[in-house]
Design a protein around this ligand. Structure first.
Ligand code: PMP
Length: 303
């Protein structure tokens, strides 16, 4: 497998392990940082990489910087070029996971709004070992962060404090990952992915007002489902609806689309990945990798 050699920091290419910011930088000291996890997929036939839905990731990052009132946020074309350069410079010959992050680099207080700096890093990332067989999840007693305190719509590094607590709980209790409920007790999402279930042939996912991250993958899956004739709905989901679902899966850039085969140790249907889940997993795989001509607009070639 290839290795990350360089990282782009404020437009400058550095050896990967030599990027530096001060430990008291506001981005670290007060968690004032936003990021994107992005993937580029290798197409074995063309031996080329393309970045999946780069524009949507850049747009979400802009929204986060607006909500957090960052001063003088880096322009989108600069960040786009940074992502592509980070990939190119590392000469990967396989799939790539890219982290694009913008942080306040000044030393100051929680009220400091700038100046901001940014990094783009391209790294290898292996696919989950349970990609085909499915995950076990438990519903956490920790609840999801809320829009009126720590907006989940912003992909802020600080939000992952909440995800970490849930993940540590899930691992300790013997689950692969967790379902997190909103403060109102409705299903929100997993620590780093969105959730979808299937009942009576319909794809159901918690709506955007359930404290989810507005996920690029979730939007992709909704569209692919519709194109495959699967009806979709975004609505509130109860915990016990997960117990009686026909199928259940999670989706996100990093996690991709993975079946969930048990919830709170109850099997989902017969405890095996469901047919609609696996059909959507295959459809997702072909659009991200570009083994289909469909949705070429979602793929930015890395040349
Ligand atoms: N929710 C959270 C908390 C996440 O970290 C992620 C991964 N970015 C997702 C959902 C899925 O979002 P996306 O499909 O845009 O990667």
């Amino acid at each position: 497998m290839w290795d990350a050699k360089t990282i782009i920091h404020n437009g400058q290419s550095l050896p990967f392990h030599e990027a530096r910011i001060h430990p008291l930088a506001v981005g670290l000291a007060y968690g004032a940082a936003v990021f994107e996890g992005i993937r580029a997929y290798w197409n074995p036939a063309t031996r080329r990489l393309s970045v999946f839905r780069l524009e949507e990731h850049l747009a979400r990052l802009d929204q986060g910087m607006k909500i957090l009132r960052f001063d003088d946020p880096p322009r989108r074309d600069l960040l786009r070029e940074g992502v592509l350069r980070a990939i190119r410079e590392n000469e990967p010959d396989d799939d790539v996971y890219i982290r694009l992050q913008v942080q306040i680099e000044a030393i100051g207080t929680q009220a400091t709004n700038g100046p901001v700096g940014w990094v783009a890093a391209a790294m290898p990332r292996e696919r989950s070992a349970k990609f085909k067989t499915g995950l076990s999840v438990g519903v956490s007693s920790w609840t999801r962060i809320a829009d009126n305190s720590m907006p989940p719509r912003v992909k802020a590094t600080a939000n992952y404090h909440a995800s970490r607590i849930v993940t540590q709980w899930a691992k300790t209790d013997g689950y692969d990952t967790a379902v997190i409920l909103t403060g109102q007790g409705k299903v929100s999402e997993a620590p780093g992915a969105c959730l979808c279930l299937v009942r009576d042939g319909q794809l159901i996912t918690p709506s955007r007002d359930n404290d989810i991250l507005e996920s690029v993958t979730r939007q992709t899956i909704l569209q692919l489902a519709q194109e495959h004739g699967i009806p979709t709905v975004e609505r509130n989901v109860d915990r016990t609806e997960l117990y009686v679902a026909d199928e259940f899966f999670l989706c996100g850039t990093g996690q991709e689309l993975q079946p969930i085969v048990s919830v709170d140790r109850l099997p989902v249907a017969d405890g095996k990945p469901g047919p609609i889940t696996m059909k959507l997993q295959a459809a997702y795989e072909s659009v991200v990798r570009g083994t289909t001509d469909a949705h070429a607009e979602w793929r930015t070639p890395v040349s």
